[in-house]
Design a protein around this ligand. Structure first.
Ligand code: SF4
Length: 436
């Protein structure tokens, strides 16, 4: 690619909030900057441009975005600031009023950032340039060496056709669309040849993957695991109603799928699930968990849970609490219900008080910590494969297949190395291991 002379030797700081999908998209955009001669620097270091890829899943995400914009402005007062992604798509007017933002790009327009930066350099009539057009195009994305050296997120799907009553994501990202299998395989081959050993398939609703040819997620996984250099495969969040035996058989037979699933629950009360417009009930969720553990008996399972959905009584909260205590869920992702603009749930009567929401969140987090603790304690004493990532304070750190952090000492450079490790003890946040 021929460099635009005005772009060469410039420094860009990129920062991502939100889901793994957003991270994979920043990865591809970061590569675009590298290809144009930019140097990538950390946010907080002197930069000519700051690119913020934002999230709007909850109120908390919105306020993190606004804080991030203020932080970026303070750390790089002379830089051009680009605010892109889901929060930009939904709240461009609010962002426009914030000091020092130059360019606001929605969920599709963010991939055209280079064209918009060129236009920004010559167009002077707008104080802040805003481009948030909706589109149904699929923009491929994957982690690149520009932003990571170990675990690669690979985007296979975007958008969502479900209408969960609390969720703003379909408004921000549009309808479901997928990457053709041949393009996913080509991208995965590229990742493997640049040295990545572990790939995480990401999307908004990955289980709804369906290529125009009719091929499903199981077909895609079957072809992916046949790639020689690909050692480890993970799926990001998969809706329970989309998990089936066909998929589990492919993952199990591959020998490459890691012992980790993320299966959103949201509530353990059937009537709340109905009001959330989820596509399963508690019985179905339990059936899916038991099917998953029959194929992967040692798996860790993560779940999203919303505390304090409108109308949630104390009894209904207890149904959720008791269900989570009973099921082999190990990684809890608990969120207080948060009213999202234009969603049905935001207008429902009987909103739960913030005091009750906070207490329910705290109780669930404590239960989650206790369950993760017990699960990690059981791993101590066993042997496993760990993909090491980086070194901190003399310890090499990486993750077990179940996504539990491990640290070990070594004089070797273990970055991006898979090692056989004996897990010795769990100290409450990390497993201490010895390399075998
Ligand atoms: S499945 Fe439901 S919660 Fe998930 S993105 Fe789609 S609408 Fe939102």
């Amino acid at each position: 690619m021929e460099l635009n002379p005005s772009e060469a030797h410039k420094r860009v700081a990129l920062h991502t909030l939100g889901c793994r999908l957003n991270f994979s998209e920043t990865g591809s955009i970061a590569q675009g900057f590298v290809d144009r001669g930019y140097e990538i620097v950390e946010l907080g270091q002197p930069a000519d441009l700051v690119f913020l890829n934002t999230c709007t899943v909850t109120d908390g995400a919105d306020s993190s975005c606004r804080n991030l914009i203020r932080k970026a402005r303070a750390s790089a007062p002379d830089a051009k600031i680009v605010v892109a992604g889901c929060y930009a798509q939904m709240e461009a007017e609010k962002i426009k009023k914030m000091e020092g933002v130059d360019l606001i790009l929605g969920t599709s327009e963010k991939y055209r950032v280079f064209d918009h930066l060129d236009a920004l350099a010559v167009e002077t009539d707008e104080d802040v340039m805003v481009r948030i057009d909706k589109s149904s195009e699929f923009w491929g994305a994957a982690t690149t060496l520009a932003d990571s050296h170990t675990r690669a997120f690979l985007k296979i799907q975007d958008g969502c056709n479900y209408i969960c009553s609390f969720c703003i994501i379909p408004f921000a990202r549009g309808r479901s669309r997928t990457q053709p299998i041949k393009d996913v395989i080509a991208e995965a081959n590229k990742l493997v040849s640049s040295g990545f050993k572990e790939v995480v398939l990401t999307g908004v609703n990955v289980g709804e993957y369906e290529a125009s040819s009719g091929e499903k997620l199981s077909d895609l996984c079957q072809q992916l695991v046949e790639i020689d250099g690909l050692k480890r495969l993970r799926l990001s969040s998969v809706e329970p109603n989309t998990i089936n035996e066909e998929l589990l058989k492919v993952l199990k037979n591959s020998g490459k799928y890691l012992d980790h699933f993320h299966i959103p629950l949201q509530s353990g009360s059937d009537s709340i699930l109905k009001n959330m417009r989820r596509k399963y009930d508690v019985a179905k969720y339990k059936e899916v968990i038991s099917m998953v553990t029959s194929y992967f008996p040692k798996t860790a399972i993560g779940a999203d849970i919303i505390a304090g959905f409108p109308g949630e009584s104390e009894e209904q909260f207890l149904e959720t609490f008791n269900l989570l205590r009973e099921l082999p869920i190990t990684h809890f992702h608990v969120f207080p219900f948060s009213k999202r603009q234009n969603t049905t749930a935001a207008k429902l009567p009987d909103q739960v008080s913030s005091v009750d929401k906070k207490r329910r969140v705290r109780d669930l987090i404590m239960l989650g910590e206790a369950k993760l603790d017990a699960f990690a304690h059981e791993l101590a004493g066993s042997k496993t494969e760990v993909l090491f990532e980086s070194q901190k304070e003399g310890w090499w750190e990486g993750y077990t297949p179940q996504f539990i952090k491990v640290r070990a000492r070594s004089n070797e450079n273990l970055s991006n190395q898979i090692k056989h490790v004996s897990l010795m003890s769990w100290n409450g946040s990390v497993l201490d291991g010895i390399i075998l």
